[in-house]
Design a protein around this ligand. Structure first.
Ligand SMILES: Nc1ncnc2c1ncn2[C@@H]1O[C@H](COP(=O)(O)OP(=O)(O)OP(=O)(O)O)[C@@H](O)[C@H]1O
Length: 481
Protein backbone atom coordinates (compact mmCIF):
# COMPACT_ATOMS: atom_id res chain seq x y z
CA UNK A 1 0.00 0.00 0.00
CA UNK A 2 2.77 2.37 1.03
CA UNK A 3 4.67 1.55 -2.17
CA UNK A 4 1.52 2.15 -4.23
CA UNK A 5 1.06 5.61 -2.69
CA UNK A 6 4.77 6.26 -3.11
CA UNK A 7 4.57 5.35 -6.82
CA UNK A 8 1.55 7.59 -7.43
CA UNK A 9 3.17 10.52 -5.62
CA UNK A 10 6.32 10.18 -7.67
CA UNK A 11 4.29 11.11 -10.81
CA UNK A 12 4.98 14.83 -10.93
CA UNK A 13 2.05 15.96 -13.06
CA UNK A 14 -0.36 13.67 -11.26
CA UNK A 15 0.66 15.18 -7.91
CA UNK A 16 0.27 18.68 -9.30
CA UNK A 17 -3.19 17.93 -10.70
CA UNK A 18 -4.26 16.26 -7.44
CA UNK A 19 -3.01 19.21 -5.42
CA UNK A 20 -4.99 21.63 -7.60
CA UNK A 21 -8.12 19.53 -7.26
CA UNK A 22 -7.76 19.09 -3.50
CA UNK A 23 -7.08 22.77 -3.06
CA UNK A 24 -10.16 23.75 -5.00
CA UNK A 25 -12.34 21.08 -3.34
CA UNK A 26 -11.20 22.10 0.14
CA UNK A 27 -11.69 25.83 -0.40
CA UNK A 28 -14.97 25.31 -2.19
CA UNK A 29 -16.24 23.03 0.53
CA UNK A 30 -14.95 24.76 3.62
CA UNK A 31 -15.29 28.39 2.60
CA UNK A 32 -18.37 30.57 2.60
CA UNK A 33 -18.52 30.63 -1.19
CA UNK A 34 -16.74 30.27 -4.53
CA UNK A 35 -17.11 32.34 -7.68
CA UNK A 36 -15.48 32.03 -11.12
CA UNK A 37 -15.65 34.79 -13.76
CA UNK A 38 -14.49 34.89 -17.39
CA UNK A 39 -12.24 37.38 -19.20
CA UNK A 40 -15.09 39.94 -19.22
CA UNK A 41 -15.69 39.48 -15.49
CA UNK A 42 -19.00 37.74 -16.12
CA UNK A 43 -20.02 34.96 -13.76
CA UNK A 44 -19.36 31.51 -15.23
CA UNK A 45 -19.62 29.50 -12.04
CA UNK A 46 -20.85 30.13 -8.47
CA UNK A 47 -21.60 27.63 -5.75
CA UNK A 48 -25.05 27.37 -4.20
CA UNK A 49 -24.13 28.74 -0.81
CA UNK A 50 -22.57 31.90 -2.22
CA UNK A 51 -25.35 32.48 -4.76
CA UNK A 52 -27.95 32.11 -1.99
CA UNK A 53 -26.12 34.66 0.14
CA UNK A 54 -26.60 37.24 -2.63
CA UNK A 55 -30.27 36.35 -3.21
CA UNK A 56 -29.96 33.83 -6.08
CA UNK A 57 -31.82 30.72 -4.97
CA UNK A 58 -30.70 28.96 -8.17
CA UNK A 59 -27.01 29.55 -8.96
CA UNK A 60 -27.66 29.11 -12.69
CA UNK A 61 -29.64 32.37 -12.76
CA UNK A 62 -26.44 34.25 -11.89
CA UNK A 63 -24.46 32.79 -14.81
CA UNK A 64 -23.65 35.30 -17.55
CA UNK A 65 -24.24 38.34 -15.32
CA UNK A 66 -21.50 40.91 -14.62
CA UNK A 67 -19.79 40.00 -11.33
CA UNK A 68 -20.86 43.37 -9.80
CA UNK A 69 -24.51 42.59 -10.62
CA UNK A 70 -24.25 39.46 -8.49
CA UNK A 71 -21.80 40.66 -5.83
CA UNK A 72 -21.85 44.42 -5.23
CA UNK A 73 -18.33 45.71 -4.35
CA UNK A 74 -16.72 42.76 -6.15
CA UNK A 75 -13.15 43.36 -7.27
CA UNK A 76 -12.98 40.35 -9.60
CA UNK A 77 -12.86 42.66 -12.62
CA UNK A 78 -9.67 44.25 -11.27
CA UNK A 79 -8.05 40.81 -10.96
CA UNK A 80 -9.02 39.91 -14.52
CA UNK A 81 -7.74 43.22 -15.85
CA UNK A 82 -4.42 43.26 -13.96
CA UNK A 83 -3.79 39.51 -13.85
CA UNK A 84 -2.70 40.00 -10.25
CA UNK A 85 -4.20 38.29 -7.18
CA UNK A 86 -5.76 40.10 -4.24
CA UNK A 87 -4.69 37.59 -1.63
CA UNK A 88 -6.55 38.91 1.38
CA UNK A 89 -9.32 41.48 1.55
CA UNK A 90 -12.54 42.26 3.38
CA UNK A 91 -15.65 42.28 1.20
CA UNK A 92 -18.49 44.33 2.67
CA UNK A 93 -21.89 42.79 1.91
CA UNK A 94 -25.43 43.70 2.89
CA UNK A 95 -25.44 41.14 5.71
CA UNK A 96 -21.95 40.52 7.03
CA UNK A 97 -18.44 41.16 5.75
CA UNK A 98 -16.39 38.31 4.31
CA UNK A 99 -12.66 37.75 4.30
CA UNK A 100 -11.97 36.94 0.65
CA UNK A 101 -9.14 35.92 -1.63
CA UNK A 102 -9.20 36.54 -5.41
CA UNK A 103 -6.86 34.76 -7.84
CA UNK A 104 -6.39 35.14 -11.60
CA UNK A 105 -7.26 32.13 -13.75
CA UNK A 106 -4.63 31.57 -16.44
CA UNK A 107 -4.36 29.28 -19.46
CA UNK A 108 -1.28 27.19 -20.33
CA UNK A 109 0.38 30.16 -22.02
CA UNK A 110 -0.06 32.27 -18.86
CA UNK A 111 -2.78 34.51 -20.33
CA UNK A 112 -5.46 35.58 -17.87
CA UNK A 113 -8.73 34.06 -18.94
CA UNK A 114 -10.77 34.82 -15.87
CA UNK A 115 -10.57 34.86 -12.07
CA UNK A 116 -11.59 32.70 -9.15
CA UNK A 117 -12.65 34.04 -5.77
CA UNK A 118 -13.22 32.39 -2.40
CA UNK A 119 -15.04 33.92 0.55
CA UNK A 120 -12.77 32.32 3.14
CA UNK A 121 -14.43 33.38 6.32
CA UNK A 122 -17.75 34.97 7.19
CA UNK A 123 -17.94 35.04 10.98
CA UNK A 124 -15.67 37.97 11.60
CA UNK A 125 -17.02 38.22 15.13
CA UNK A 126 -15.43 34.85 15.84
CA UNK A 127 -12.13 36.53 15.10
CA UNK A 128 -12.71 39.21 17.76
CA UNK A 129 -10.71 37.44 20.49
CA UNK A 130 -7.89 37.01 18.02
CA UNK A 131 -7.99 40.66 16.98
CA UNK A 132 -8.32 41.95 20.55
CA UNK A 133 -5.40 39.77 21.63
CA UNK A 134 -3.39 41.18 18.74
CA UNK A 135 -4.43 44.77 19.56
CA UNK A 136 -3.61 44.26 23.24
CA UNK A 137 -0.17 42.88 22.47
CA UNK A 138 0.43 45.65 19.97
CA UNK A 139 -0.64 48.33 22.48
CA UNK A 140 1.64 46.76 25.11
CA UNK A 141 4.55 46.78 22.68
CA UNK A 142 4.00 50.43 21.79
CA UNK A 143 3.57 51.31 25.50
CA UNK A 144 6.79 49.54 26.47
CA UNK A 145 8.69 51.20 23.63
CA UNK A 146 7.33 54.60 24.69
CA UNK A 147 8.17 53.89 28.30
CA UNK A 148 11.75 53.04 27.38
CA UNK A 149 12.39 55.88 24.95
CA UNK A 150 12.63 58.72 27.47
CA UNK A 151 14.71 56.51 29.75
CA UNK A 152 17.90 57.41 27.96
CA UNK A 153 20.05 59.80 30.00
CA UNK A 154 19.04 63.38 29.43
CA UNK A 155 22.27 64.96 30.60
CA UNK A 156 25.99 64.44 30.30
CA UNK A 157 28.70 65.65 32.65
CA UNK A 158 29.37 68.66 30.44
CA UNK A 159 25.86 69.87 31.35
CA UNK A 160 26.93 70.27 34.97
CA UNK A 161 28.00 73.90 34.93
CA UNK A 162 30.53 75.21 37.40
CA UNK A 163 34.27 75.65 37.81
CA UNK A 164 34.39 76.33 41.54
CA UNK A 165 36.53 73.82 43.46
CA UNK A 166 33.35 72.26 44.90
CA UNK A 167 31.84 71.75 41.42
CA UNK A 168 35.10 70.38 40.01
CA UNK A 169 35.20 67.83 42.83
CA UNK A 170 31.62 66.77 42.05
CA UNK A 171 32.57 66.20 38.40
CA UNK A 172 35.74 64.30 39.31
CA UNK A 173 33.83 61.93 41.57
CA UNK A 174 31.04 61.50 39.00
CA UNK A 175 33.61 60.50 36.35
CA UNK A 176 35.08 58.01 38.81
CA UNK A 177 31.61 56.64 39.59
CA UNK A 178 30.97 56.09 35.87
CA UNK A 179 34.01 53.81 35.63
CA UNK A 180 32.96 51.45 38.41
CA UNK A 181 29.71 49.60 39.02
CA UNK A 182 29.07 50.19 42.74
CA UNK A 183 26.02 51.95 44.18
CA UNK A 184 26.36 55.72 44.38
CA UNK A 185 24.92 57.96 47.08
CA UNK A 186 24.26 61.59 46.12
CA UNK A 187 23.86 64.01 49.02
CA UNK A 188 22.73 67.59 48.61
CA UNK A 189 19.91 70.07 49.03
CA UNK A 190 17.02 70.23 46.62
CA UNK A 191 17.89 71.70 43.21
CA UNK A 192 21.66 71.19 43.51
CA UNK A 193 21.84 68.90 40.49
CA UNK A 194 21.69 65.40 42.03
CA UNK A 195 19.44 64.07 39.26
CA UNK A 196 21.61 65.73 36.62
CA UNK A 197 24.67 63.98 38.08
CA UNK A 198 22.82 60.63 38.21
CA UNK A 199 21.97 60.96 34.49
CA UNK A 200 25.58 61.90 33.72
CA UNK A 201 27.04 58.94 35.60
CA UNK A 202 24.74 56.57 33.75
CA UNK A 203 25.50 58.25 30.41
CA UNK A 204 29.25 57.92 30.90
CA UNK A 205 29.08 54.34 32.23
CA UNK A 206 29.15 51.03 30.38
CA UNK A 207 25.38 50.84 30.96
CA UNK A 208 24.68 53.86 28.78
CA UNK A 209 22.70 51.89 26.17
CA UNK A 210 20.46 50.35 28.84
CA UNK A 211 17.51 52.13 30.48
CA UNK A 212 17.87 54.93 33.01
CA UNK A 213 14.84 54.84 35.31
CA UNK A 214 14.17 57.52 37.93
CA UNK A 215 11.80 57.26 40.89
CA UNK A 216 11.14 60.07 43.36
CA UNK A 217 10.31 58.14 46.51
CA UNK A 218 9.08 61.22 48.35
CA UNK A 219 6.52 61.95 45.66
CA UNK A 220 4.85 58.50 45.79
CA UNK A 221 2.48 57.57 48.63
CA UNK A 222 3.93 54.77 50.80
CA UNK A 223 1.03 52.45 49.95
CA UNK A 224 1.90 52.51 46.22
CA UNK A 225 5.65 52.44 46.49
CA UNK A 226 6.17 48.67 46.63
CA UNK A 227 4.21 48.14 43.41
CA UNK A 228 5.96 51.07 41.75
CA UNK A 229 9.37 49.65 42.54
CA UNK A 230 8.87 45.91 42.42
CA UNK A 231 5.74 45.49 40.30
CA UNK A 232 2.74 43.27 41.03
CA UNK A 233 1.18 40.08 39.77
CA UNK A 234 -2.26 40.38 38.11
CA UNK A 235 -4.98 40.81 40.74
CA UNK A 236 -2.41 41.18 43.52
CA UNK A 237 -3.74 44.50 44.71
CA UNK A 238 -6.90 46.52 44.46
CA UNK A 239 -5.48 49.52 42.62
CA UNK A 240 -6.93 50.71 39.33
CA UNK A 241 -4.53 48.51 37.41
CA UNK A 242 -5.59 44.98 38.27
CA UNK A 243 -3.80 43.52 35.29
CA UNK A 244 -0.48 43.45 37.06
CA UNK A 245 2.39 45.79 36.64
CA UNK A 246 6.06 45.77 35.79
CA UNK A 247 8.06 47.53 38.49
CA UNK A 248 10.86 50.04 38.02
CA UNK A 249 13.48 47.50 39.15
CA UNK A 250 12.53 45.24 36.27
CA UNK A 251 12.40 48.14 33.80
CA UNK A 252 15.86 49.25 34.88
CA UNK A 253 17.38 45.79 34.66
CA UNK A 254 20.96 45.99 33.34
CA UNK A 255 20.57 49.77 33.42
CA UNK A 256 20.49 52.32 36.24
CA UNK A 257 17.77 52.90 38.81
CA UNK A 258 17.86 56.39 40.32
CA UNK A 259 16.14 56.43 43.71
CA UNK A 260 15.59 60.07 44.63
CA UNK A 261 14.85 60.97 48.26
CA UNK A 262 15.86 57.50 49.47
CA UNK A 263 15.59 58.75 53.07
CA UNK A 264 11.80 58.70 52.66
CA UNK A 265 11.66 54.99 51.97
CA UNK A 266 9.50 53.15 54.54
CA UNK A 267 11.39 50.60 56.68
CA UNK A 268 9.72 47.43 55.30
CA UNK A 269 10.69 48.44 51.78
CA UNK A 270 14.21 49.20 52.91
CA UNK A 271 14.55 45.48 53.78
CA UNK A 272 13.30 44.49 50.35
CA UNK A 273 15.72 46.92 48.69
CA UNK A 274 18.59 45.53 50.74
CA UNK A 275 17.72 42.03 49.57
CA UNK A 276 17.76 43.12 45.92
CA UNK A 277 21.14 44.75 46.40
CA UNK A 278 22.51 41.58 47.97
CA UNK A 279 20.82 38.86 45.96
CA UNK A 280 20.09 40.67 42.68
CA UNK A 281 16.56 39.31 42.59
CA UNK A 282 13.12 40.01 44.05
CA UNK A 283 9.50 38.89 43.95
CA UNK A 284 6.81 41.28 42.64
CA UNK A 285 3.89 41.87 45.00
CA UNK A 286 1.58 38.83 45.19
CA UNK A 287 3.75 36.75 42.87
CA UNK A 288 5.90 33.64 43.28
CA UNK A 289 7.89 34.65 40.23
CA UNK A 290 11.48 35.56 41.04
CA UNK A 291 12.71 38.43 38.89
CA UNK A 292 16.41 38.97 38.40
CA UNK A 293 17.58 42.58 38.47
CA UNK A 294 21.06 43.74 37.85
CA UNK A 295 20.12 47.41 38.01
CA UNK A 296 22.79 49.72 39.33
CA UNK A 297 21.45 51.86 42.15
CA UNK A 298 22.14 55.57 42.37
CA UNK A 299 20.39 56.90 45.45
CA UNK A 300 19.98 60.54 46.39
CA UNK A 301 18.77 62.37 49.44
CA UNK A 302 18.55 65.86 50.82
CA UNK A 303 18.42 64.62 54.43
CA UNK A 304 21.36 63.59 56.56
CA UNK A 305 20.98 59.82 56.25
CA UNK A 306 23.37 59.19 59.13
CA UNK A 307 20.93 61.05 61.41
CA UNK A 308 18.06 58.87 60.19
CA UNK A 309 20.15 55.80 60.95
CA UNK A 310 20.82 57.10 64.47
CA UNK A 311 17.07 57.69 64.89
CA UNK A 312 16.38 54.10 63.68
CA UNK A 313 14.41 55.41 60.70
CA UNK A 314 16.88 54.12 58.16
CA UNK A 315 18.48 50.68 58.26
CA UNK A 316 22.17 50.89 59.07
CA UNK A 317 23.03 47.88 56.85
CA UNK A 318 21.27 49.50 53.87
CA UNK A 319 23.03 52.79 54.57
CA UNK A 320 26.44 51.05 54.45
CA UNK A 321 25.47 49.22 51.26
CA UNK A 322 24.50 52.46 49.54
CA UNK A 323 27.23 54.61 50.98
CA UNK A 324 30.06 53.12 48.91
CA UNK A 325 30.73 56.07 46.68
CA UNK A 326 29.35 59.32 48.04
CA UNK A 327 29.09 62.56 46.11
CA UNK A 328 28.00 65.79 47.77
CA UNK A 329 26.43 68.39 45.52
CA UNK A 330 27.12 71.73 47.24
CA UNK A 331 24.39 74.34 47.75
CA UNK A 332 24.52 77.35 45.44
CA UNK A 333 25.20 79.80 48.26
CA UNK A 334 28.49 77.96 48.89
CA UNK A 335 29.66 78.32 45.29
CA UNK A 336 28.76 81.89 44.41
CA UNK A 337 31.69 81.69 41.99
CA UNK A 338 29.54 79.48 39.69
CA UNK A 339 26.59 81.88 39.53
CA UNK A 340 27.84 83.84 36.51
CA UNK A 341 28.42 80.68 34.43
CA UNK A 342 25.12 79.16 35.54
CA UNK A 343 23.24 82.36 34.71
CA UNK A 344 24.91 82.48 31.29
CA UNK A 345 23.84 78.92 30.54
CA UNK A 346 20.27 79.61 31.74
CA UNK A 347 19.98 82.85 29.71
CA UNK A 348 21.22 81.04 26.57
CA UNK A 349 18.55 78.38 27.05
CA UNK A 350 15.82 80.94 27.75
CA UNK A 351 16.69 82.90 24.60
CA UNK A 352 16.58 79.71 22.51
CA UNK A 353 13.39 78.33 24.10
CA UNK A 354 11.41 81.57 23.96
CA UNK A 355 12.85 82.80 20.64
CA UNK A 356 13.98 86.10 22.09
CA UNK A 357 17.22 88.06 21.89
CA UNK A 358 19.86 86.89 24.36
CA UNK A 359 19.31 88.94 27.58
CA UNK A 360 22.32 90.21 29.54
CA UNK A 361 22.80 90.74 33.26
CA UNK A 362 24.46 93.92 34.51
CA UNK A 363 27.31 93.54 37.02
CA UNK A 364 25.12 94.74 39.92
CA UNK A 365 22.43 92.20 38.94
CA UNK A 366 25.04 89.46 39.10
CA UNK A 367 26.18 90.70 42.48
CA UNK A 368 22.58 90.54 43.72
CA UNK A 369 22.36 86.92 42.59
CA UNK A 370 25.65 86.09 44.31
CA UNK A 371 24.40 87.49 47.60
CA UNK A 372 21.09 85.64 47.63
CA UNK A 373 20.68 82.49 49.76
CA UNK A 374 18.90 80.31 47.11
CA UNK A 375 17.05 77.74 49.23
CA UNK A 376 15.84 76.10 46.01
CA UNK A 377 19.39 76.28 44.54
CA UNK A 378 19.90 76.07 40.75
CA UNK A 379 16.22 75.25 40.07
CA UNK A 380 15.25 78.45 41.84
CA UNK A 381 17.93 80.50 40.06
CA UNK A 382 16.55 79.27 36.72
CA UNK A 383 13.01 80.16 37.72
CA UNK A 384 13.97 83.60 38.96
CA UNK A 385 15.84 84.42 35.76
CA UNK A 386 13.02 83.10 33.61
CA UNK A 387 10.46 85.36 35.25
CA UNK A 388 12.81 88.33 35.12
CA UNK A 389 13.49 87.78 31.42
CA UNK A 390 9.84 87.34 30.53
CA UNK A 391 8.65 90.36 32.50
CA UNK A 392 11.53 92.73 31.78
CA UNK A 393 11.11 94.53 28.49
CA UNK A 394 14.78 95.40 28.20
CA UNK A 395 17.68 93.42 26.83
CA UNK A 396 19.91 94.21 29.81
CA UNK A 397 18.58 93.29 33.25
CA UNK A 398 19.97 95.34 36.12
CA UNK A 399 19.80 94.87 39.89
CA UNK A 400 16.76 97.12 40.23
CA UNK A 401 14.67 95.08 37.83
CA UNK A 402 15.91 91.80 39.18
CA UNK A 403 15.25 92.71 42.82
CA UNK A 404 11.48 92.33 42.42
CA UNK A 405 11.93 88.69 41.42
CA UNK A 406 14.72 87.81 43.80
CA UNK A 407 13.24 89.58 46.80
CA UNK A 408 9.88 87.95 46.63
CA UNK A 409 11.43 84.82 48.10
CA UNK A 410 13.47 86.64 50.66
CA UNK A 411 11.28 85.87 53.64
CA UNK A 412 11.64 84.07 56.94
CA UNK A 413 9.18 81.75 58.59
CA UNK A 414 8.79 83.72 61.82
CA UNK A 415 5.28 85.05 61.43
CA UNK A 416 5.38 88.54 63.05
CA UNK A 417 8.63 89.31 61.29
CA UNK A 418 7.19 88.05 58.02
CA UNK A 419 4.32 90.48 58.14
CA UNK A 420 6.38 93.36 59.47
CA UNK A 421 8.96 92.79 56.75
CA UNK A 422 6.29 92.75 54.11
CA UNK A 423 4.57 95.85 55.46
CA UNK A 424 6.00 98.25 52.89
CA UNK A 425 5.86 95.71 50.07
CA UNK A 426 2.17 95.09 50.66
CA UNK A 427 1.05 98.17 48.70
CA UNK A 428 3.31 97.22 45.88
CA UNK A 429 1.74 93.77 45.69
CA UNK A 430 -1.78 95.16 45.69
CA UNK A 431 -0.93 97.70 43.01
CA UNK A 432 0.81 95.32 40.75
CA UNK A 433 -0.81 91.97 41.07
CA UNK A 434 -4.08 90.09 41.38
CA UNK A 435 -5.40 88.34 44.46
CA UNK A 436 -4.45 85.00 42.91
CA UNK A 437 -0.89 86.15 42.24
CA UNK A 438 -0.55 87.53 45.72
CA UNK A 439 -1.58 84.17 47.16
CA UNK A 440 0.89 82.39 44.90
CA UNK A 441 3.61 84.77 45.97
CA UNK A 442 2.82 84.24 49.60
CA UNK A 443 2.76 80.48 49.14
CA UNK A 444 6.06 80.54 47.35
CA UNK A 445 7.69 82.68 50.01
CA UNK A 446 6.31 80.50 52.75
CA UNK A 447 7.50 77.23 51.21
CA UNK A 448 10.88 78.71 50.28
CA UNK A 449 11.35 79.97 53.81
CA UNK A 450 10.38 76.57 55.22
CA UNK A 451 12.88 74.93 52.89
CA UNK A 452 15.62 77.31 53.85
CA UNK A 453 14.94 76.86 57.53
CA UNK A 454 15.54 73.12 57.07
CA UNK A 455 18.64 73.54 54.91
CA UNK A 456 16.87 72.53 51.72
CA UNK A 457 15.52 69.24 53.09
CA UNK A 458 12.05 68.76 51.58
CA UNK A 459 10.85 66.13 54.06
CA UNK A 460 11.76 68.21 57.08
CA UNK A 461 10.35 71.40 55.55
CA UNK A 462 7.07 69.62 54.74
CA UNK A 463 6.86 68.20 58.27
CA UNK A 464 7.61 71.59 59.77
CA UNK A 465 4.68 73.30 58.08
CA UNK A 466 2.39 70.28 58.44
CA UNK A 467 1.88 69.13 54.85
CA UNK A 468 2.82 65.85 53.16
CA UNK A 469 6.13 65.70 51.34
CA UNK A 470 4.40 64.62 48.11
CA UNK A 471 2.22 67.76 48.32
CA UNK A 472 5.28 69.86 49.05
CA UNK A 473 6.99 68.49 45.92
CA UNK A 474 3.92 69.19 43.77
CA UNK A 475 3.74 72.74 45.05
CA UNK A 476 7.46 73.26 44.46
CA UNK A 477 7.03 72.24 40.84
CA UNK A 478 3.91 74.35 40.37
CA UNK A 479 5.47 77.41 41.98
CA UNK A 480 8.85 76.94 40.34
CA UNK A 481 10.83 76.68 43.58
N1 LIG B 1 25.57 72.51 38.15
C1 LIG B 1 24.49 72.60 37.35
N2 LIG B 1 24.64 72.95 36.07
C2 LIG B 1 23.57 73.08 35.26
N3 LIG B 1 22.30 72.89 35.65
C3 LIG B 1 22.10 72.53 36.93
C4 LIG B 1 23.17 72.36 37.84
N4 LIG B 1 22.65 71.98 39.02
C5 LIG B 1 21.33 71.91 38.85
N5 LIG B 1 20.98 72.24 37.60
C6 LIG B 1 19.62 72.34 37.04
O1 LIG B 1 18.75 72.64 38.13
C7 LIG B 1 17.54 71.91 38.04
C8 LIG B 1 17.40 71.00 39.27
O2 LIG B 1 18.43 70.02 39.23
P1 LIG B 1 18.18 68.52 39.73
O3 LIG B 1 16.77 68.11 39.49
O4 LIG B 1 19.24 67.68 39.17
O5 LIG B 1 18.38 68.74 41.29
P2 LIG B 1 18.15 67.72 42.50
O6 LIG B 1 19.27 67.96 43.45
O7 LIG B 1 17.99 66.33 41.96
O8 LIG B 1 16.80 68.25 43.10
P3 LIG B 1 15.69 67.47 44.00
O9 LIG B 1 16.40 67.02 45.25
O10 LIG B 1 14.68 68.52 44.28
O11 LIG B 1 15.18 66.35 43.18
C9 LIG B 1 17.62 71.14 36.74
O12 LIG B 1 17.01 71.91 35.74
C10 LIG B 1 19.11 71.02 36.48
O13 LIG B 1 19.39 70.89 35.12
Amino acid sequence: MATEVGTILSDYSYVWGRAMCSLFETFNHSSEGTLIVDRQARVVWINEKYAAHFGFSDPKTAIGLDCEAVIPNSLMREVVETGKPILLDILETEHEPFIVTRLPLKDDSGTTIGAIGFALFGKLKALTPFFSQYSRLHAELVGTRDALTPRRPRYGLSDFVGTSPASMEVKRLARRAAQVDFPVLLLGETGTGKELIAHSIHGASARTCKPFVAVNIAAIPDSLLEVELFGAAAGAYTGADRKGRVGKFELASDGTLFLDEIGDMPLPLQSKLLRVLQEKEFEPLGSNRVVASNARIIAATSVALAELVAAHRFRADLYYRLNVLTIRTPPLRKRAHDIAALSDMILDELAANHHIGRPELSEDALQLLREHAWPGNVRELRNTLERAVLFADRQCIDANMLAAFVNDIDATVAEPEFFRKQGEACDLVINETSYENALRMFEKRFLSAALRSEDGCVSKAAARIGIGRATFYKKMTALGI
